[in-house]
Write a protein that binds this ligand. Structure first.
Ligand SMILES: [Zn+2]
Ligand SMILES: [Zn+2]
Length: 296
């Protein structure tokens, strides 16, 4: 970030007005700003926070007076200083005002990258839900064009990292009941995006796992997320209707497939068509003994 203390104070002076509480609250427990690293001087982070609060407030005023260019420019400055909130706001403007879905998702990805630079015990879970909720909308739109898959796969990698941190027992313990419900809603959105993206690139097993995970997380009392669980169930049923219609027992070693993922993993004999094997080794044995008439 490179914004030193003196540089920071210079900015504050440039604002030409005394500091007053901003509409953006920066609490002690959660943060929407990447701290300046390699510094034990809390004043540096505080100074940047105050400056960014002013920028966000100014950007909001410009947005309310429909001066989009100025608002975007101010938000870009705040984003350059590491403000998660500014990156989210830019994502939201490009999504809801300009319908520029690629640019919007790029800003939401920047927000996720910033969040991953903050220790997860300080994460603002409301902001995470806001991001993944918007990303669910964006993924639904952008996945219709296969050309977008590379960038969407990049976003999935970030979401997987976020999801991993959201399962840390430590944060589950320190979060309130409401925060945990928001945490679960965020995980549902993430796993839904993972599943939809996997299906788009033809990875049906991964898709099924993602939809299954949404069901496992379970209802959280947050409408959008709970609706995704219902959708996941329909997607699973649809995928299930395309699974191999064979007896789910390996014809060679009698291994019995226990669940849907197991059945997907069975290898169907292309000659018999109605039997399957648990893996390549059994299929080879079956081919040699049954169809080539040779001992294995
Ligand atoms: Zn077998
Ligand atoms: Zn066969």
């Amino acid at each position: 970030m490179g914004s030193g203390f003196s540089q920071c104070c210079q900015y504050v002076h440039l604002l030409k007005k005394p500091y007053r509480p901003s509409i953006i609250s920066i609490s002690q427990d959660t943060t929407s700003l990447i701290p300046d690293f390699n510094s034990n001087d809390d004043n540096i982070n505080l100074c940047t926070s105050i400056f960014i609060s002013h920028l966000l407030e100014e950007a909001e005023n410009k947005l309310n007076s429909l001066d989009y260019d100025s608002s975007i420019n101010i938000l870009l400055r705040a984003t350059q200083l590491g403000s998660v909130y500014a990156a989210i706001k830019l994502g939201s403007i490009y999504l809801n005002i300009f319908s520029d879905y690629n640019t919007s998702s790029a800003y939401y990805f920047i927000a996720l990258k910033f969040i991953l630079m903050i220790h997860h015990s300080s994460w603002d879970i409301d902001l995470i839900l806001e991001i993944v909720c918007s990303l669910t909308k964006l993924y639904n739109i952008l996945l219709s064009d296969p050309n977008n898959l590379d960038i969407l796969n990049h976003g999935i990698k970030l979401m997987i990292k976020i999801d991993k941190n959201l399962q840390d027992p430590y944060i589950i313990r320190i979060f309130s009941y409401k925060q945990n419900q928001i945490r679960r809603a965020s995980r549902i959105h993430i796993n839904y995006c993972i599943a939809k993206t996997a299906e788009s690139r033809g990875d049906l097993l991964e898709a099924l796992k993602g939809f299954e995970e949404c069901e496992l997380i379970g209802l959280c009392g947050i409408k959008n997320a709970d609706e995704l669980i219902k959708k996941s169930y329909s997607h699973m049923q649809r995928l299930d209707s395309t699974r191999p219609k064979v007896n789910p027992i390996c014809v060679q070693c009698n291994y019995e497939a226990r669940d849907l993922l197991d059945i997907w993993n069975l290898l169907v004999c292309t000659k018999c068509k109605n039997v399957a094997c648990c893996g390549r080794e059994c299929l080879d044995k079956h081919m040699i003994t049954t169809h080539l008439g040779r001992p294995y």
